[in-house]
Design a protein around this ligand. Structure first.
Ligand code: C2O
Ligand code: CU
Length: 533
């Protein structure tokens, strides 16, 4: 296999957006950060030098890292953070991923500005199951005028949802925002050619609708796996997800076209920005261009449009790209995904939980504690079922029904277990969609639905033929989603909602997969240097 080398310098840099300048955390001064390009099966070494004043870690989102949790990155889960002035060498083991995945900081809210793309080509002589002339990256994100430390503080206070000032495309809010016109991202295409667009939702707070005026999109991949081509006017992309799209440049070259993204939100949150972030699609042509036309985007609360798109995703599942979905299950988990509220003497705060446990980050990482058998860092009592059955998606469930408890509980699997997890969204406090992300695996999304999961009827509707292979599943608002995977990657793997506020509030747990009997099924030894806590 090939080894590629990158150097990431974590450093502050001044960036001006929305008419004001602030210092943001970057990699090598770039926002969004540098792109990693590699072939399937390569090894990528990234030396991360922390020149900033705060701790940092980097996670390679969507890379399975076979047997190598040591370089996975989430702070206090698989490593202690890289302290100011220190360096950590990440070894990223690519395996079957092909398409687009990404990387981001995984400590506090640093990922707001510390993120970038990982572009993975099939190993020659293999090639993508589609042809294109040229490719573009479209990284969707968010801009906050205030310092991220203040936003983090607000998130920890948990009185409300911290709200950003604009969504962005490749770091730019776009034409519709003050002082943003000149920076708006422009994508130049040639009439008659086909392009690959690699879209990443790196935003902290919302799923986004995305579309391009007058042009259809053909979805061909998601989360580093291929899907059966879907021709569509818009996509929905949840935080953590990636989508590979083909675009035919087949419209009038004398016009300009807006690309736009808008957040999916369920209630009119005060101050919430339901404006769209935009970029411009333009054709090579010397003619004077008309002002751009705006695409039709689903409205901000169009849940039907959201589920309508998501339900179309299927694995390519052809002769060259077979699937391998477990047909029998050895371990079943039913996990409620809830927002909760907690009262103390002085105030009510928001909280979040999985199976009613609001996860508490330990003070040394779980991987180290597991490997060195250090007691008292975590418990292995993550429940397989919620402590109480109720009408999960009722209109007004009594919030007293399920006050969460705090804890650091993990679920341990034997190597090779065939796992099914049903995520059940609840309407306690607030019903939202929850993009659940699992480190260390891709999983098949075998079913989903609106309302309460019915353990007798719903499994009969599972798709075991061509379910999409994902690393992030957007559990629909007031609904459920079922995933399956084989626990064949020994290590310590984070499972969490990819909405940053929900992560902060405890909507997380950890799956530990024990080593297998075979030497090839054993966790790799730790690198000589791991950062200390
Ligand atoms: Cu993209 Cu644990 O995250
Ligand atoms: Cu969530």
């Amino acid at each position: 296999c090939n080894t590629r080398h990158y150097v990431f310098n974590v450093e502050g840099a001044p960036y001006t957006r929305l008419c004001s300048t602030k210092n943001i955390l970057t990699i090598n001064g770039q926002f969004p950060g540098p792109t990693i390009r590699a072939f399937s099966g390569d090894r990528v070494i990234v030396k991360v030098y922390n020149h900033a004043a705060d701790n940092i870690t980097i996670h390679w989102h969507g890379v399975k890292q076979p047997r190598n949790p040591w370089s996975d990155g989430p702070a206090y889960i698989t490593q202690c953070p890289i302290q100011p002035g220190k360096m950590f060498k990440y070894t990223i083991l690519l395996s079957s991923e092909e398409g687009t995945v990404w990387w981001h900081a995984h400590d506090d809210w640093n990922r707001a500005t510390v993120h970038g793309a990982i572009v993975i080509y099939p190993k020659p002589p293999n090639c993508y199951p589609f042809k294109y002339h040229q490719e573009f990256l479209l990284i969707l994100g968010e801009w906050w005028k205030r310092d991220m430390k203040e936003i983090l503080e607000e998130a920890i206070q948990a009185q409300n949802d911290p709200v950003s000032d604009a969504f962005t495309i490749n770091g730019q809010p776009g034409d519709l925002y003050p002082c943003s016109k000149s920076g708006t991202f422009r994508m130049v295409v040639e009439q008659g050619k086909r392009y690959l667009l690699r879209v990443i939702n790196a935003a902290m707070s919302n799923s986004l609708f995305f579309s391009i005026s007058k042009h259809q999109l053909v979805v061909v991949g998601s989360d580093g796996s291929y899907v059966k081509p879907i021709t569509t006017d818009y996509i929905l992309i949840a935080p953590g997800e990636t989508m590979d799209l083909l675009l035919e440049a087949n419209q009038k070259p004398t016009n300009l076209y807006y690309m736009a993204a808008r957040a999916l939100v369920y209630q009119n949150i005060a101050n919430f920005d339901i404006n769209a972030t935009t970029a411009i699609l333009t054709y090579t042509s010397n003619c004077h261009k008309k002002p751009p036309s705006f695409p039709s985007l689903p409205f901000y609360n169009d849940t039907a449009a959201a589920t309508n798109f998501t339900s179309k995703l299927r694995s390519l599942a052809d002769g060259h790209h077979p699937i391998n979905v477990p047909t029998t299950v050895s371990h079943r988990l039913f996990i409620t995904v809830s927002l909760n509220s907690m009262r103390n003497e002085t105030k009510t705060t928001l909280s979040a939980s999985l199976n009613n446990i609001s996860f508490e980050i330990p003070s040394i990482d779980i991987l180290q504690a597991y490997y060195k058998r250090i007691n008292g860092v975590f418990g292995n009592k993550f429940p397989c079922k919620p402590p109480l059955y109720f009408n999960f998606t009722a209109d007004d469930p009594p919030t007293s029904l399920l006050a969460p408890r705090k804890g650091t509980e993990v679920k341990v699997f034997e190597y090779g277990a065939c796992v099914e997890v049903v995520f059940q969204g609840t309407s306690l406090v607030l019903a939202e969609d929850h993009p659940m992300h699992l480190h260390g695996f891709s999983f098949y999304v075998v079913g989903w639905g609106i309302g309460n999961f019915d353990a007798r009827k719903d499994p009969l509707t599972y798709n075991l033929v061509d379910p999409p292979l994902k690393n992030t599943i957007d559990v629909p608002r007031d609904g459920w989603a079922a995933i399956r995977f084989k626990a064949n990657n020994p290590g310590v793997w984070y499972l969490h909602c990819h909405l940053e506020r929900h992560l902060t509030w405890g909507m997380t747990t950890v799956f530990i997969v024990k080593d297998g009997a075979h030497p090839q099924a054993k966790m790799l030894p730790p690198p000589r240097y791991m950062p200390p806590c």
